[in-house]
Each structure stands twice: as C-alpha cells, then as structure tokens.
Design a protein around this ligand. Sequence first.
Ligand SMILES: Nc1ncnc2c1ncn2[C@@H]1O[C@H](COP(=O)(O)OP(=O)(O)O)[C@@H](O)[C@H]1O
Ligand SMILES: N[C@@H](CCC(=O)OP(=O)(O)O)C(=O)O
Length: 379
Amino acid sequence: MPRSTLHRAKRIVVKVGTGTLTDRTGRFDRENCARLAAELADVAKGRRVVLVSSGAVALGAERLGLVKTKGKPWDIPTKQAAAATGQPHLMAAWGDALGRHGKVTAQVLLTADDLASRKRFLNARRTFEKLLEAGAIPVVNENDTVAVDEIKVGDNDTLAGLVAGCVEAELVVMLTDVEGLYDRNPAEHGATLLHDVPRITAEVERIAGGAGSERSVGGMATKVKAARRLAAQGVATALLSGRRAGALAALLAGERIGTVFAPGDERLSSRKGWLAAAAKGKGLIVVDAGARRALVEQGRSLLPSGVRSVLGHFRVGDPVDIAIEAGRPFARGLAGYGAEEVRRIAGLKTSEIERALGYKYLDEIVHRNDLVVLEASRE
Ligand SMILES: Nc1ncnc2c1ncn2[C@@H]1O[C@H](COP(=O)(O)OP(=O)(O)O)[C@@H](O)[C@H]1O
Ligand SMILES: N[C@@H](CCC(=O)OP(=O)(O)O)C(=O)O
C-alpha cells in the first residue's frame, strides 16, 4: 500500500496520543479535540473508523489536582485513580465533539488479557462490527484501572496495533506531537523527517527513542514496534502531527506528509494475525534446527519427528510457542495435540503416533494453517 493508494483503506484505526489532546502544562486541549473530531468525521464518510484515544490519565490528573514533580513518576495506584477519573471526561469530550458532526461514539476498554483470549477477542470483534455497521465510532483505551502488569498492553501504540488486527483495518494512523519519525530524536539539532520507510530494519528501530514528555508512554519506540508488527500482518502505519490541521485528509490524498511505514507483501488472515500479535503461548514446544528450517523457510507443518521437548501445559487448540533450545520463540501455533500427548510422541515418525498413543488425530502437532512465524525471529 504505497502513499498513493492509502485512500483505498476502508477500515482505519486512528490513534491519538496524550500530547495531541493536552497543552504543554498537561491541560485538556478542547480546541484541538474539536478540530480533530471534525476531521475524523470527514474521514469516516464512506469508511469505518476506530479511534484509540489516550488522555485519560492526563485528564484525570487535571481534575484531581495531581501535580507532577519532574523526574518522579506517579505510582501505579495514582495513575489508575487518574485514569478512572479522566476516562469518563475523555469519552464525554469525544462524544460531544464527534456528536457535533453527527457521529455517535461508543466506549471500548480493553486489556491484553481480553485480546489474548480467542473467545473474548472474537466477542470484541463482534461488538466492533455492530458498532461500525451502525455508523458509530468506537473510542478505545486500555482499561487502566484494572490493568496490572501481567495483563496490560502498556501503551496505546501497541493497543492500536492489536485493535487493527481485531477489526481487520488496512491502515493505522498515529497522531502524535511530532511530524513523524526523524533520523534522530527531533530535539537534537539537524534531525530530518523520514517520509517513507519501506522496511523496518534494526536501524530504524534504533533511531526511535522514548517519550517526548512525562505524560506520554512509549515514545517513538512503541510506535515503530507496533508498525513493524503491523507490516508483518500486511497493514500500513502512518505517523502524523496531531496539531497540523488537515493532515489526515492530506495523507489520504497521497501527499508527502508525516511518515508512512509500508506494509509487508503478505496479508495475514485475521486468525493468524491474532496468533502473531494478541495470543499468548500456553506452553512451549522445543524443536530441532531441521524443524525450524522447515517451518520458517518452507512454511511446513510441525511434525513429531522435529520435537525435542515440551514445557508447560496446554490442550488441543491452545496457542503454543515454538523455539529451538535456549532460543526465543520463533513461531506460534494452535496445538493439534495436548502437552502430555506431545511429550509421548516427541521425536517419533508420524507412522508411529498411533502405536505410541493408541489413537491418532492428525499427523501434525501444529498444522501450517494454524501456524505463524513470529517476525522478530526473521532478523
Ligand atoms: N527518532 C524520533 N523521531 C521522532 N520522535 C522521536 C524520535 N525518538 C524519540 N522521539 C520522541 O517521541 C515522541 C512521540 O511519542 P510520545 O511522546 O509517546 O507521544 P504520544 O503521546 O503521541 O504517544 C516525540 O515527541 C519525541 O520526543
Ligand atoms: N491509557 C493511557 C494512555 C497510555 C499511552 O500510551 O499514552 P500515549 O503515549 O500518550 O499514547 C491514558 O489514557 O492516559
């Protein structure tokens, strides 16, 4: 999807960062919210738009009168209390601003745990579908008040990527407080804006630094990581200034504005996209180098002969990670056998499965249709 074809995207996730909705002192910027709402309503004509909006913590902090001491981050309960306070005001602000343009808004609060569960992921997808069908703009945020470390996404750039998978968007636009990705931190002298990034290499990741203010989370690093995951699923990502009037329309008109990360050639099915981005492996299957080659280079299924050992407990149909000894998982798939069964057939030929178990479901431990190679392992 080169720039000139971005206008074809029928489903777009737009992510708005804290810096776009607040001024320098951290106060809510109602004017910018109103301007953005008008532009979003325009983009939503003939398209389905999902908004991922940050800002709950900043709005809540303002209401609660919490003052930030430089260099001293708030503790988690303080941030959660601020989010609980700010979220209804954030929704009211978007509801009012988009309502002025005839758009109905709906609140969707999610955690990583919700999207890792296939059942809840599908439920969320059905809800999104209904809302979009009805012409509403879902406004998504992390469910910060309940999201402790183990279950949270952590930043809204990553959340926007997960939501894009859930609604099968073709494009994610992140509105932030800079014009796009620069070749070095834009605070440094002589930084140059990179308009088009055909491939997210390790070098691109290296130049993407942390957040621009203490109120934001993740910075460029999480945006580029999210863009890399999206590219691997065949989705384009654009970064734009959330303060530049008309930027969204200009981007969709093919103008050279902001940064566009090109999508990879392959568009993953929604199920494979979920496996790659949202699912969590319930266990780990350790395989030999030959199996790794067959899976990564030849797109084959995982057979028992390549399996060395099994860690953890999983049942048939559960997501499982696949790694070579002492390595990071390089693939994830849906288990064709439970962990106990895989332990009993590890290293055997497919013709020996039945003798070892007394029955056989399939030849494959993970079928290639249920398997994704994790893009981080390709480097
Ligand atoms: N190479 C880079 N190019 C652009 N911005 C960068 C880069 N490295 C770090 N940043 C920082 O990332 C910030 C944007 O991310 P962030 O502060 O998290 O904003 P948001 O609240 O919109 O998510 C910029 O303000 C900038 O300070
Ligand atoms: N969920 C948080 C925002 C987290 C976040 O990623 O913030 P940002 O870096 O400004 O997009 C909130 O609503 O305040």
